[in-house]
Each structure stands twice: as C-alpha cells, then as structure tokens.
Design a protein around this ligand. Structure first.
Ligand SMILES: CC(C)(COP(=O)(O)OP(=O)(O)OC[C@H]1O[C@@H](n2cnc3c(N)ncnc32)[C@H](O)[C@@H]1OP(=O)(O)O)[C@@H](O)C(=O)NCCC(=O)NCCS
Length: 224
C-alpha cells in the first residue's frame, strides 16, 4: 500500500469547499490523496475545517512535494492558475474522482481533473488535464473533453462529441450526439449557456444558449 499523495486544492471558494468534502475518498486507479490545505490568495479566512488556506508562496514552502487540483469553475481562470502553480514548482494531482462515479472502463482522465459525485462516464471517454466534470453529469461513449474543459452540474454529453480546450458548459446543458468519425464539436473556449440544447457544432470562442442553442450577439457575450 503506497502512502497517499499530499493534495492542495487551489481555490477556497464554494466549489473548492465542495471538493474538499470528498477529495480523500477519491482513489482513481489506486491513487489516494491526503488533503493538506487550500491555496487561495484572496480568501477571507485562514483555515477551513482546520485545514490552512495559504498563499502560493506559503503553500510551496510548507508542502513543496504536494500536488494541486484547481477547484475553480471558470476555465480561463483555471488555465491561468495552473500556470502559476507549475511556475511555483507544484505538479498536478492524480485525478480526483468521487467513488460514486460510474465508469464502464476504457476511459482515461488526465492529472488535475475533478469528477464529482453522481456522474456517469461510459466507455471510451477521454478526459484531458484540469477538466472539471461537476455533479450529476453524463458523458457517454466516444467523447473527448480536452484540457481545461468545464462541465457544470447536470450537463449531458451524448456519444461522439468533442469538447475542445477550455470550453465551458453551463448547468443542465445538453448536446445531441455526433456520428462515428464525425464528432459534434464544441469549439475551443466556447461557452454554452445553462439549460441549452446544442444541436450542431459550436465555433471556437462563441457563446451560445437556448434550445436549440444559437449564438449570442457579440455585444452581449461574457468573458467567461
Ligand atoms: C450564456 C451566459 C454565459 C450569458 O451570460 P451574459 O453574457 O452575462 O448574458 P446576460 O446575463 O447579460 O444575458 C443576456 C440575455 O440572454 C439571456 N440568456 C442568458 N443566458 C441564457 C440561457 N442560458 N438561456 C436562455 N437565455 C439566456 C438573458 O435572459 C438576457 O436576455 P435579455 O437581453 O432579453 O434580458 C450565461 O447566461 C449562462 O448561461 N452561464 C452559465 C452559468 C452556469 O451554468 N454556471 C454554472 C455554475 S456551477
């Protein structure tokens, strides 16, 4: 039995506290973690449930060998924080996968990714690094979630879909399926609004919402 890896959760906000509640139950591919604390430069508290909330400098001084997972839902912020943590010498943790998550095998998950309670990943699901799959999502066969993708709670991704780097799907968003060899594509950095139904490819950087999902006029687009 190997010793658990020391874990620091980057982000002590609502999602960070949610992940902290179960992180030590994660044992994806036998990797276990021991939660040492949080990294957050802007937190109004110095501890949460007796675990310290540290600056990046403090964290690397106390736990130089710790691994980090970023519990921040906004894809672009997560990408920036990953660069900060890596520049400080920290490495991404093994994936944090809640024990209730159902997988049918032959799925892969990259380091730093977080897969929350109640989610089902079926087969041939390829998940990159620093991806967040929030509560009660379904991600089905032959689907790719590239690095820094965020699926908010209740997202349903049908088969043969590719979600490109840094794309963000709001709560309860749904995609129809693609076809073998012709995946439905959510483009790099795209934002899909809460409750949307995606019927066709979403261009890189676009914001879409509604059922069927349609592009948001650029003067309204947010900077998620
Ligand atoms: C799509 C989205 C990114 C747009 O954000 P925004 O640029 O700030 O847009 P606004 O809130 O200014 O809304 C602009 C218009 O679009 C409408 N709209 C926005 N999101 C919508 C959605 N998901 N479905 C239907 N209509 C929507 C608004 O009602 C508003 O309409 P109006 O101009 O007639 O009043 C955002 O609304 C959204 O859905 N974000 C997902 C949030 C989420 O799920 N977070 C998960 C946290 S765990």
């Amino acid at each position: 039995v190997t010793e658990p890896t020391d874990l620091l959760i980057y982000g002590a906000g609502g999602f960070g506290r949610e992940v902290a509640a179960w992180a030590e139950e994660s044992s994806w591919l036998g990797h276990r973690v021991r939660l040492r604390g949080f990294i957050d430069d802007g937190a109004p508290v110095t501890a949460i449930d007796e675990r310290p909330v540290l600056s990046i400098e403090q964290a690397t001084a106390y736990w130089p060998d710790a691994r980090f997972a970023i519990a921040v839902g906004t894809s672009s912020i997560r990408e920036r924080l990953a660069a900060v943590a890596e520049a400080a010498g920290l490495r991404a943790s093994p994936p944090l996968v809640h024990p209730s998550v159902i997988t049918a095998g032959r799925s892969t998950i990259g380091d730093g990714s977080i897969v929350c309670p109640g989610t089902t990943l079926t087969t041939e699901v390829e998940i990159g690094r620093h991806v967040i799959v929030n509560l009660h999502c379904t991600v089905t066969h032959d689907t790719r979630l590239d690095d820094f993708v965020t699926l908010s709670p209740g997202t349903a991704i049908s088969g043969n879909v590719t979600v490109r780097r840094g794309a963000f799907m709001g709560t309860g968003a749904i995609t129809i399926n693609g076809a073998p060899g012709h995946p439905l594509i959510i483009g790099e950095g795209a934002t899909v609004g809460a409750g949307s139904v995606v019927m066709k490819d979403v261009p890189a950087g676009a914001t879409v919402f509604g059922a069927p999902a349609r592009p948001m006029l650029s003067q309204h687009a947010s900077s998620t």
